[in-house]
Structures are given as C-alpha cells and as structure tokens.
Design a protein around this ligand. Structure first.
Ligand code: HEC
Length: 199
C-alpha cells in the first residue's frame, strides 16, 4: 500500500514539474521582440508580401523584369517617361494598364506611381512615425492623414495584418538604405494624356 502512495506521489511531482516547465516556455514566447528581431520579421514579411513587385524598380533581362536591388523599394524611377498608350482603348472600367516595371499604373483613377518607401526624409517615408505608418496601411490615407491612396496599393489587404506585423514592417523599412528618388504626383484621369509619350 505504501508503495502505491509513493508511486502516486512521484507521478504527481512529475506532472507538477512538467506543468511548471510548460508555463515557463509559454512565458518566454510572449516576451517582446528586440529591435533586431522586429527588423528581421519585417524583412521577411515585406519580401514575402509582394511589396517589391510594385515598389522596387526593375532591370530588364532576357527572362523578363527582375528586381533592381540597388534601388530596393524606392518606387517609380524619377524622370522615367511613360510609354504612349491609346487612352480610348482603356475605356471606362474595362481595362487598366501598367508599365513593364509595374511602378506606374493607369486606369479610371488616372495615373498612380508606386511610392518611395525607403527612409529618405525628402522623397521617401523617413518622416513618417510608426503611428502614421500603421494608419496609412490600415486606413489607406497618404502619410496616414492625407488624401486616399489610389489603386493598386492593396492597403485593405495589408491593413488586416496584426499590430506586431505592421510595426515589424515599419522597423524594417526604417532600417534599409534611404534612396533619394522623387516619385511624380498622381495624375487625374483627364490629364493622363498629357503625361504619356506622344505616339
Ligand atoms: C500592386 C502594387 C503595390 C503593392 C503590391 C504594394 N504597393 Fe504600396 N503603393 C502602391 C502605389 C501605386 C502607391 C501610391 C498610391 C498613391 O499615390 O495614392 C503605394 C503607396 C504606398 C504607401 C504610401 C506612401 C506614403 O508616402 O504615404 C506605403 C506606406 C506603401 N505603399 C507600402 C507598401 C508595403 C509595405 C507593401 C507590401 C506589404 C506595398 N506597399 C505593396 C502600389 C503597391
């Protein structure tokens, strides 16, 4: 009988220790991430969420456009002339078009250009606070408070990310090389023809 109690006691101690251990490891997973870990998480999210597709200028190779990593996330290249296009063919809510580099877009909203999202203070998002950045991504407003963001920036999709993910994206974007590249202002639909190269 005594042996029975002893075994029961050992089993109880075993579970108690196990429980305690599990409790400890759970605690360590909720520990806030370091700045370095946030930057690494943000880097992973940015480069697996398609941001480069629109925000990184391309180089043109035999295999088609590839990211120009020397201009990472610096937006539509300043001074690039947009090719000519038959605007009639675009019609109303039928077709939209983009340049080969995917940095300039034309549709019923006019012409939009992928922003410079490097931390350059004059031409990028270097003056955006973390709070303004999260507002931009959640509410689709330029600099978090300005005009509504134009298509095709998928802010409604990215806005669903967790606070931690958006903070990590911000931490990463603030850590990359600032690139001075002044992206043109968007063009309203009626003026689009004035910006395109002549046929
Ligand atoms: C399909 C193309 C596309 C993709 C993908 C995309 N963007 Fe954009 N983004 C744009 C365009 C175009 C604009 C400019 C919209 C405008 O001028 O109204 C923009 C604007 C922004 C702005 C606003 C800049 C400012 O000064 O307020 C931020 C921030 C931004 N994008 C971040 C991101 C991030 C981060 C990702 C990836 C998670 C991403 N974008 C993916 C096209 C895209």
């Amino acid at each position: 009988m005594r042996k029975g109690y002893f075994i029961a006691l050992m089993v109880a101690i075993f579970f108690l220790v196990l429980f305690f251990q599990l409790g400890c490891s759970e605690e360590s997973t909720v520990k806030p991430k370091t700045q370095e870990e946030m930057v690494a998480l943000g880097k992973y999210i940015v480069h697996t969420s398609g941001c480069d597709d629109c925000h990184t200028p391309k180089m043109f190779t035999e295999k088609g456009p590839v990211f120009d990593t020397t201009k990472l996330l610096s937006g539509h290249p300043q001074g690039e002339t947009l090719p000519s296009l038959d605007l009639e063919a675009l019609g109303q809510n039928t077709w939209a078009a983009t340049t080969m580099g995917l940095t300039a877009w034309i549709g019923p909203w006019g012409i939009s250009y992928a922003s410079n999202i490097t931390p350059d203070k004059a031409t990028g998002i270097g003056t955006l606070t973390e709070e303004m950045f999260i507002k931009t991504m959640r509410e689709g407003k330029f600099m978090g408070v300005g005009r509504p963001l134009l298509p095709p920036m998928p802010w409604e999709v990215y806005g669903k990310k967790t606070d931690e993910d958006l903070k990590a994206i911000y931490a990463y974007l603030m850590s990359i090389k600032p690139i001075h590249n002044e992206v043109p202002q968007p063009v309203p639909p009626n003026n689009a023809g004035m910006v395109l190269a002549k046929k």
